[in-house]
Design a protein around this ligand. Structure first.
Ligand code: CMP
Length: 140
């Protein structure tokens, strides 16, 4: 069944020039890019996006990293989109990520790990609304 997920290419992935390869992989995996933008988050916006992690010890580091440069945010459509994207990106820590996953190929560390993916359909809706207006999604 058709499903949506919200993904980001994080600042390290954009900075290292891997956006194009990651976008090509997205299409190879059968996702349709339904919306996409390149934006630099303010620290306050990064804190809002990651507010569920506010109590974690790495929250400050995570938010300052996510505000350190532009990200590419996109809404992807596919059967089983949330889980399939999580399979394609691999484990949070690239040292633990399976061969040929995006994080194994492009991530540097647990913090600078190249890409984000929503962890549920419910969170995908919340995260999509963070980046995209109803107008940008209309008529697709
Ligand atoms: P993601 O799953 O996209 O969202 C939460 C992020 O927190 C996660 O990616 C990692 O990038 C980051 N994260 C998790 N663990 C650590 C850690 N120990 N140190 C720094 N960042 C982390």
């Amino acid at each position: 069944e058709k499903e949506f997920t919200l993904i980001m290419i994080k600042p390290d992935g954009v900075r290292s020039g891997d956006s194009g390869k990651i976008l090509a992989r997205i299409e190879q995996e059968g996702f349709k890019i339904r919306a996409m933008k390149r934006v630099r988050l303010s620290l306050e916006q990064a804190q809002q996006f990651y507010s569920v992690h506010a109590a974690r010890p790495f929250y400050g580091e995570l938010c300052s990293f996510m505000a350190s440069g532009p990200v590419v945010a996109a809404i992807l459509e596919r059967d089983n989109a949330v889980q399939h994207w999580r399979d394609v990106i691999g484990a949070t820590d690239p040292a633990e990520a399976a061969p040929n996953t995006i994080r194994k190929l492009y991530a540097k560390s647990k913090g600078e790990n190249a890409v984000h993916g929503s962890d549920s359909v419910e969170n995908a809706k919340i995260e999509a609304a963070f980046f995209f207006s109803g107008l940008e999604l209309a008529g697709q």
